[in-house]
Ligand binder design. Structure first.
Ligand SMILES: O=C(O)[C@H]1O[C@H](OP(=O)(O)OP(=O)(O)OC[C@H]2O[C@@H](n3ccc(=O)[nH]c3=O)[C@H](O)[C@@H]2O)[C@H](O)[C@@H](O)[C@@H]1O
Length: 409
């Protein structure tokens, strides 16, 4: 349901000469389903049976804890485009959380999609339903090495994004941001492809301006533990505009604010996945510090809408993509508790035990507040987020609950 209580049936838009509308049920069928189960077809509706045909049927044998993978019987139906309409699209980091949802959308729309991923934080399971499709190619490749292919558009998303992951190997994070972006800009220059980079709200650091507009220059500690990511993305933006000014590369810059949704790795370490998994397992919910720091959380489908609109628009300045629904982390912990209880009640899931909220040390340089000023996205892209936090978090709870029930997390 959107903020007005209307059911959200489609996502995407038809603007800037690029049609990106797809049915939400088609997307859900790709992530809100058990990964492996032996099901009884008689109890299912026609839609469910049909959707099932598009998945590989992995069968789990509980007695030996073994799993037998099959290939898909049929691929999900994709739009049939004329060759003149079909774009060759490269998605770096396409097996990651954001990348896999973008890939689903671009595939359903009928484009030719190549995914580059080194699987450091991404996983093949997020896009396994496309492997073998004639419009799809998966390449294990690390963007710090050059890569050559012909393409029309490049979505450059490759980079670890969760604080524990990007701080795990800070040198590699800086290298990925700098050399990965350099290589992909070089590719865009040679092929004349349009280039979009996923930048981040972290370029604003611990902001002194609230909410943050795109012309705010930021407040970043250049030598702190987050610098590998913050400064990495800042230099990636610098490179992007240097290639534009020096070589005429056609660039787009998306500054993405905190985003959540199905397929976030449960061990990702970011707040939404941590809190939901902790509440579902009846474990303590770990609020860092006093929990008065704020974040504004956007659902993955809104972000993908924004990325596709930006790529196909004429807007070459950086654009914030995020929501204005701002929560303190403590408020958010309570909301997750409430929604987990609601889903457990509605879906007949027996709670393990009620989670307690506990406090842990605040990470160094953790930004105190964050909310985007999205005036530019509204004016230039006619984009506005549509998914209220409650609706998105509920869907994500159902996703993790299904994973826990099947024993895969
Ligand atoms: O999405 C963004 O705009 C950027 O910021 C995020 O960083 P952060 O906002 O710190 O994301 P989380 O790790 O999810 O933390 C959010 C807040 O929750 C707190 N937190 C996190 C995890 C937890 O278990 N408990 C907890 O209280 C953190 O201290 C922080 O204040 C990520 O670094 C990036 O994915 C992204 O580029």
């Amino acid at each position: 349901m959107d903020a007005n209580g209307n059911e959200i049936k489609t996502v995407g838009a038809s603007r800037f000469g690029f049609k990106s509308e797809v049915a939400v049920h088609a997307l859900r069928s790709l992530y809100l389903r058990p990964h492996y189960t032996v099901t009884n077809n008689e109890t299912k509706g026609a839609r469910e049976q049909d959707d099932d045909a598009y998945h590989s049927k992995a069968v789990f044998y509980p007695d030996t804890r073994s799993i037998s993978y099959t290939t898909t019987a049929r691929f999900p139906p994709v739009r049939l485009l004329l060759p003149s309409e079909r774009k060759r699209i490269l998605v770096t980091g396409g097996a990651g959380f954001v990348g896999s949802h973008l890939v689903d959308r671009l595939m359903l729309l009928g484009h030719d999609v190549t995914v580059l991923d080194n699987f450091f934080t991404g996983s093949k399971t997020t896009i396994s339903h496309w492997i073998g499709h004639p419009n799809f190619e998966l390449v294990r490749h690390d963007v710090v090495e050059p890569y050559m292919t012909e393409c029309d558009q490049i979505y450059h998303l490759a980079c670890p994004a969760s604080p524990p992951h990007y701080q795990y190997n800070p040198v590699k994070t800086v290298k990925t941001s700098f050399m990965g972006t350099l290589n992909m800009l070089g590719l865009a220059k040679r092929t004349k492809a349009r280039f979009l980079i996923s930048s981040t709200s972290e370029v604003y650091g611990d902001p002194e301006v609230h909410p943050q507009p795109e012309d705010y220059w930021g407040h970043v500690n250049p030598i702190g533990p987050r610098a590998c990511y913050d400064e990495g993305k800042r230099v990636a933006e610098t490179l992007t505009y240097a290639y534009r000014n020096q070589d005429g590369v056609d660039v787009r810059v998306a500054r993405i604010f905190n985003t959540y949704g199905p397929r976030m790795n449960p061990a990702d370490g970011r707040v939404v996945s941590n809190f939901i998994v902790q509440a579902l397992r009846g474990e303590d919910i770990t609020v860092y510090g006093d929990g008065q720091q704020t974040r504004s959380f956007q659902y993955i489908h809104d972000l993908v809408d924004g990325l596709i609109l930006l790529m196909n628009s004429d807007e070459t300045r950086p654009v914030n993509i995020g929501t204005g629904e701002e929560f303190t982390i403590l408020e958010f912990a309570k909301l997750v508790q409430e929604l987990v209880e609601k889903v457990q009640r509605e879906d007949g899931i027996k709670p393990v035990k009620k989670s307690e909220i506990i406090h842990k040390d605040m990470p160094v340089d953790d930004p105190q507040k964050r909310r985007p000023d999205t005036t530019r996205a509204k004016e230039a892209l006619e984009w506005q987020p549509r998914w209220p936090v409650r609706a998105g978090v509920e869907e994500m709870i159902r996703y993790y609950a299904a994973k826990i029930a099947e024993g895969s997390i």
